[in-house]
Design a protein around this ligand. Structure first.
Ligand code: NIG
Ligand code: FE
Length: 412
């Protein structure tokens, strides 16, 4: 697909010049070209320049951006998009003062979505997720990581991973699949938790690796869920099979999950609401990306991750939605940028870097996506604004004008 986009008011390239991630002060450097144009050929960015510097080849489709802003498509590197049911009852209970943990202990939480998901057909799981992915793309997201984790039995988890594979085959959005069988202990194993961990390691992980159903393996490393020992067992077995570890770490309690992730070279550790100096020190000496999920803090009224300290320590930081039915029911990366700026003392420029290049790196994809540079995949989004800072500033609405995915102008 060939496409020429001209009269771009601000072309926010987030150029990294070959670097995998941006850290520290570099996160503020967006490499913006004003009054620019962009040439896309066969789905790849082939030229970037000032208006007038580039000429459109004959017979090419053209978009006149009329001074609008263009930024790389968002990469949402942490979501739980495949699930059935919904939990507005828990939302209402929290509004009356109940906590996330109290609701989970009373039989709600992850297990309530597990029940609904186990009962749903694969066709319905696919349809529900497809609608959510369409909505994400309309809001500027062009790559999405999706975790399993609401099946919690070999059959139900594999069904979810197969739905993710089908969506990956069919949907315009780029999808990265993560196995999160270690999301909670299913009722069948409530009296023998080690047996569930062994089932994951001895049966589920080898099956997933053989059938190539996931690239990543995640664990909810948390008190009352998967402890450090179980988490380490799952990480080691995943790595042995060629699967890449990620962790849900320090969401409700800090007890060494971030340190464990850094030690085993997890590609990212996510959440970090409770991360302290020890976690920051461990990340500083690693390649692991810190992914913060500010929507979760808003929705559960928890404290925000110490994003400012993490960036100032020189650790690569990404932001993601954590879209899921329990702790974060918002799939807008534009909204996450607003929360990053208002609640975590990040600048709009840092928020863009965290939602594009660094988030791509959290999926091992920053060589192909996450910035607008020659040779990269043409995932670019045009916004109805004339200054990129308006995106987080004028919040709660969708500013997207047009989405170009792999060089194709999407029609919705
Ligand atoms: O990332 N923390 C664990 N998993 C999700 C919540 C899942 C749920 O409540 O359904 C999270 O916040
Ligand atoms: Fe999550």
């Amino acid at each position: 697909m060939n496409l020429f986009i001209n009269n771009i008011g601000q072309l926010v390239t987030v150029a990294s010049h070959g670097k995998r991630v941006k850290t520290g002060i570099d996160m503020c450097e967006l490499h913006i070209l004003s009054n620019a144009s962009l040439l896309i050929e066969n789905g790849i960015i082939t030229a970037v320049g000032k208006n007038g510097e580039l000429t459109a080849p004959a017979d090419i489709d053209e978009i006149n951006a009329e001074g609008r802003v263009v930024i790389p498509g968002f990469v949402d590197s942490h979501t739980h998009t495949v699930f059935a049911g919904s939990r507005e009852n828990e939302f209402a209970m929290r509004s009356e003062g109940k906590t996330y943990q109290e609701i989970a202990e009373a039989g709600g939480g992850i297990l309530s979505t597990m029940r609904a998901t186990r009962e749903a057909t694969k066709h319905n799981l696919y349809k529900f997720a497809e609608r959510r992915l369409n909505e994400m793309m309309r809001n500027g997201t062009t790559t999405v990581e999706i975790k399993s984790g609401y099946g919690l039995s070999p059959e139900a988890e594999m069904n979810i991973l197969e739905v993710i594979s089908d969506l990956k085959r069919d949907h315009y959005v780029t999808i990265a699949a993560t196995f999160l069988g270690a999301h909670a202990f299913p009722p069948e194993y409530k009296d023998d938790k080690q047996a569930y961990v062994d089932r994951i390691c001895d049966y589920m992980l080898p099956y997933i690796a053989e059938k190539k159903l996931a690239t990543f393996v995640d664990v909810f490393c948390e008190l009352g869920y998967f402890d450090l020992k179980a988490t380490e067992q799952i990480i080691l077995e995943s790595k042995r099979l060629g699967l890449i570890p990620k962790l849900h770490a320090d969401q409700l309690n800090a007890f060494g999950a971030v340190e464990l992730g850094a030690k085993h070279h997890a590609i990212s550790v996510d959440h970090l609401e409770k991360t302290n100096e020890s976690g920051i020190a461990a990340l500083k000496n690693s390649e692991t990306i810190a992914t913060v999920l500010p929507g979760c803090s808003l929705f559960l009224n928890h404290r925000y991750a110490p994003a400012r300290s993490i960036i100032d320590a020189g650790i690569p930081l990404a932001i993601a939605t954590d879209f899921n039915p329990g702790s974060q029911m918002c799939s807008s990366m534009q909204m996450m940028m607003t929360l990053a700026c208002t609640q975590m003392q990040m600048t709009p420029a840092e928020a863009i870097t965290a939602a594009t290049l660094n988030a791509a790196a959290a999926l091992g994809l920053s060589g192909e996506i996450g910035s607008i540079e020659i040779g990269k995949q043409a995932d670019v989004v045009l916004y109805n604004v004339h200054d990129y800072r308006t995106i987080p500033y004028h919040y709660g609405i969708n500013h997207v004008w047009k989405v170009v995915k792999n060089g194709v102008l999407l029609d919705f």
